[in-house]
Design a protein around this ligand. Structure first.
Ligand SMILES: *Cc1c(COP(=O)(O)O)cnc(C)c1O
Length: 461
């Protein structure tokens, strides 16, 4: 079948370049050893192609860089805040905007205002920082994702959807006194970058309204989600992305945003809502944790880049290229017989470690072992999304074996070319060819929260 070369090609040209370099095999082995076998702890300059995350790793446009020069560094009421407010109002229809330094800053503010001990926050595979902030506030995250999401090979258009029966059961059990809000993550990062349909969001909104429970959008990848709605949902194909973004936002009482994703900035985030009572409730926590309400831990210039980036993130040519670029990596890997979660996510391709390294049990972290070998072979860095990330059960202290044991190859926005992706495919094939000799990990050092950032290991015997 002929490929649609126009829609796949990069809708930009390159005006500045940043050299990358492959360290020698000997050096790579040493860097990995020094990092306690955790690729997270290797210096960025020693990575050739970095697919650790798409968070804050995108390339800003010429307009965004120009925006940096327009930073108004007034403490209170800087011009750039009002530009951000105007972008958020125009795209999402939310009148109240509280800037935060990044997504977890927004979560900290919102959760501090809303969650009390013993509360329950239902959602569709909560992101790791979201879950950690819920638990930090002595609440509990309850996963209500559709069962289709746990089959890595089931080709379903909206594997991020919320299961309404599961959600209603939680509503019935705990009621609005113990459920301060429900969170819908779109696309669903920890669930494979899978989208949520507009129909599902509308149904969640309706059900939640019946029980008097507010709904929050975790909107880090709201634009990629809109593109999936446009291309996969009935009756959406002819609607502009911006219109879909508004229809999506209309299903929510509030949103938290890591602007480091779909707003294509290196730092930034916000909370937005249409409800003045919610804004009143969060704003003092914003001042306490992030800074005054018109800057929220950011410089004026960062707010400006975000105000511009929000529009670039919903540009249709950009989104067509973006989703196609990620899909290209997934298709090449699948053709090579590598077990990849299907369909491809919006921002990343996920490798199925239960099939790749079946000999390694969950508590020996097959995803971590894979990442170590991928780095040794090629200088490429991926990230484990599995049992290490899942952490320990706060009640029992035991490892929580992940339903899906994955490695994520995350594509930064507007940074790597198709040729870089070809190199990644060859690198994964090399690890695949020696998969039967690969051993697991033993933990030697572990932090009590978000342990995947700093854990250290040795090879299991
Ligand atoms: C990245 C992310 C966050 C946290 O945002 P940071 O900017 O990294 O703090 C929250 N939710 C989702 C879905 C994310 O992808």
């Amino acid at each position: 079948m002929a490929r649609d070369v126009f829609s796949e090609m990069e809708p930009f040209r390159i005006k500045m370049v940043e050299p990358i370099h492959l360290p020698s095999g000997e050096d790579r082995a040493r860097f990995l050893e020094e990092a306690g076998l955790n690729v997270f702890l290797i210096k960025g300059e020693n990575i050739l192609i970095d697919l650790l995350t798409d968070s804050g790793t995108g390339a800003m446009s010429d307009r965004q860089w120009a925006g940096l020069m327009m930073g108004d560094e007034t403490y209170a009421g800087c011009r750039n805040f009002y530009n951000l407010e105007s972008s958020v109002r125009d795209i999402f229809g939310f009148n109240y905007v509280l800037p935060c330094h990044q997504g977890r800053g927004a979560e900290n503010v919102l959760h501090s205002a809303f969650i009390k001990k013993g509360d329950v926050i239902p959602g569709n595979t909560h992101f790791d920082t979201t879950k950690a902030h819920i638990e930090h506030n002595n609440g509990r995250a309850v996963d209500c994702t559709v069962d289709e999401a746990s089959d890595p090979y089931l080709d379903h258009p909206f594997k991020g959807n919320v299961d309404l029966k599961k959600l209603e059961a939680v509503y019935k059990e705990f009621g609005k006194d113990r459920i301060p809000f429900t969170v819908v993550t779109a696309t669903c990062n920890s669930g494979g970058g899978q989208p949520v349909s507009l129909e599902n969001m509308r149904a969640v909104k309706k059900l939640s309204a019946k029980y008097g429970i507010p709904v929050c959008l975790d909107g880090a990848r709201y634009a990629e989600n809109c593109y999936f709605i446009k291309t996969r949902e009935d009756g959406m194909r002819d609607r502009p992305i911006k219109e879909i973004a508004r229809m999506q936002a209309d299903c929510f009482d509030m949103m938290t945003m890591s602007a480091k994703k779909d707003a294509i900035v290196n730092i930034g985030g916000f909370i937005a809502t249409g409800d003045p009572a919610i804004y009143d409730r969060i704003k003092n926590f914003g001042i306490l944790f992030e800074g005054f309400v018109t800057y929220g831990g950011l410089a004026g210039r960062d707010l400006e880049a975000m105000a511009i980036g929000l529009y670039e993130g919903i540009d249709e040519d950009y989104l067509g290229y973006r989703i196609g670029h990620v899909r290209y990596l997934g298709e090449r890997l699948k053709e090579a017989g590598i077990p990849v979660l299907w369909p491809p996510g919006g921002h990343a391709i996920y490798l199925d470690m239960k099939k790749f390294l079946p000999q390694i049990p969950p508590d020996q972290f097959p995803g971590m072992a894979f990442c170590a070998h991928l780095y040794l072979e090629s200088g490429v860095r991926g990230v484990e999304i599995g049992t290490l990330l899942n952490g320990r059960d706060p009640d029992t202290g035991k490892n929580r074996p992940a339903t899906l044991e994955l490695v994520r190859l995350t594509i930064p926005r507007r940074v790597y070319t198709y040729r870089h992706l070809d190199y990644v495919v060859e690198a994964v094939k090399k690890v695949w060819d020696k998969r039967r000799q690969i051993k697991g990990f033993e933990l030697t050092n572990e932090a009590p929260v978000l342990r995947h950032f700093t854990a250290r290991f040795r090879w299991a015997p």
